[in-house]
Design a protein around this ligand. Structure first.
Ligand SMILES: Cc1cc2nc3c(=O)[nH]c(=O)nc-3n(C[C@H](O)[C@H](O)[C@H](O)COP(=O)(O)OP(=O)(O)OC[C@H]3O[C@@H](n4cnc5c(N)ncnc54)[C@H](O)[C@@H]3O)c2cc1C
Length: 395
């Protein structure tokens, strides 16, 4: 929606905070939560274009998995053993931090998770990852094909890795819990159109509000480049689709399933509903951009996945279908940094389909970076400096 110069003069009011967090997803709300833990005297606002959890954080499967979006061996190949291990530790801390919150308010379930091979090559890779995982102290066991299928009441899979640390949540309730506990003002339905540096602080413009803050965090997920265009080199929008079935009469999926290199995933809620998603790998060209829509082709692939591997789902009616926009980074791991020409504003984006595995710990790291003189050690793991090219477009 555009706003005329006359309407702006009439409607825009100024508000001031110590810290403004842009984006009320898992990363933004966690940052606000940890700011309160670190310094309760801070006046904090969460500014969101929609409602809290309106983005990917309120639309995902709620898996809280350790490690990156890929298996451990692939992560070692992509980032090196040391970085892969540090990323794993970061996500382990994320899980621990969530487990210490009041899980009854956001459906915390810790029944482990299964990374399941869709073909022989993946099965081989998962088995070869085992010694590296054990050496890194990761609690995992390999299950052969028959044990995997027995455990999941499934067919057509190869072997799997059962990780005892896998967990799941209701992601929207977690976001709202963190926001409520943060004590921050939720300025919802205020879309930030631009931001700039002023007097050492940050000014955020929205059609109806001008938010001034001493410091800010841009945690708008895939939407970060809509506010700071030069950051598009670090994040691009990718669509993910999911569906939910009518409840199955029995509890047959004992723990969340992440299969086919993460291109398919499924879990069963306590009431019996099956959630499933993925199916993007054969539709990569269309599953990009910001459009919130499901497509018959991807939805049919998700249904086919369910019916092929979990035949007992074949007669379950599909109750709902939805999509969400994920922010993918160039090397699939989160990216943090300072907004060009606005040093009092940090950004964090590019969670690449795995933001629940990082988000709460990331919020803690961002809060620490804001309140301390020096960023914490873990900041280096995610800084955009690894790409060794600075944004060239001046803001
Ligand atoms: C279908 C689906 C399934 C997924 N499953 C999982 C899973 O099981 N486990 C997992 O770890 N990850 C999963 N993910 C990925 C995960 O959801 C994301 O990585 C994570 O939610 C990103 O969090 P965020 O806070 O960075 O961004 P978001 O949750 O997208 O939050 C960004 C917020 O910014 C707001 N915003 C946007 N533009 C503006 C603006 N201009 N001004 C103000 N506010 C703005 C939005 O309204 C939104 O609330 C899935 C994603 C999808 C879509």
């Amino acid at each position: 929606m555009t706003v005329s110069i006359w309407q702006q003069a009439q409607r825009r009011r100024a508000v001031a905070y110590d810290v403004a967090v842009v984006g009320g997803g898992i990363v933004g709300c966690s940052t606000a939560y940890w700011l309160r833990q670190r310094d309760p005297s801070l006046r904090v606002a969460i500014v969101d274009a929609n409602s809290l959890g309106a983005g990917a954080s309120g639309r995902n499967a709620g898996f809280v998995l350790l490690g990156t979006h890929e298996d451990y061996l692939s992560a070692i190949r992509e980032y090196g053993e040391r970085t892969a291990h540090r990323l794993w530790q970061f996500t382990r801390e994320n899980r621990r931090l969530i487990s210490e919150l009041d899980g009854s308010t956001f459906g915390w379930r810790e029944k482990g998770s299964l990374t399941v091979a869709g073909d022989e090559e993946e099965d081989d890779r998962l088995r070869r990852a085992l010694p590296y995982m054990r050496a890194a102290g990761i609690p995992v066991v390999y299950l052969g094909p028959s044990e995997t299928m027995e455990r999941l009441h499934a067919q057509g899979f190869h072997g799997s890795l059962y990780c005892t640390t896998g967990a799941a949540v209701d992601p929207l309730r977690l976001v709202r819990y963190l926001a409520a506990e943060s004590g921050a003002d939720a300025l919802t339905h205020h879309r930030v159109t631009k931001l700039h540096s002023e007097g050492g602080g940050v000014v955020l413009d929205t059609p109806r509000l001008q938010v001034k803050a001493e410091r800010a965090v841009l945690a708008a997920g895939a939407y970060v480049p809509q506010i700071v265009p030069s950051l598009q080199q670090y994040v691009r929008p990718v669509r993910a689709q999911m569906l939910a079935t009518h409840p199955a009469p029995d509890q047959l999926l004992s723990s969340p399933v992440y299969s086919h290199d993460g291109y398919f995933y499924a879990r069963q809620l306590d009431g019996g509903t099956i959630l499933a998603g993925g199916g993007r790998y054969q539709h990569r060209e269309t599953e990009v951009g910001y459009e919130d829509a499901t497509t018959p082709a991807v939805q049919a692939d998700i249904e086919r996945y369910l019916h092929t591997h979990f035949p007992w789902t074949t007669n379950l009616r599909i109750e709902s279908r939805w999509s969400g926009t994920m922010g993918f980074s160039p090397d699939n791991r989160p990216v943090v940094g300072r907004v060009p020409n606005c040093p009092s504003c940090l950004y964090a984006t590019g969670f690449t389909g795995h933001g629940m595995g990082y988000g709460v710990r990331m919020g803690q790291m961002l809060a620490d970076t804001l309140v301390q003189d020096e960023p914490p050690k873990s900041y280096k793991l995610f800084t955009a400096e690894r790409f060794q090219s600075k944004p060239s477009v001046p803001e």
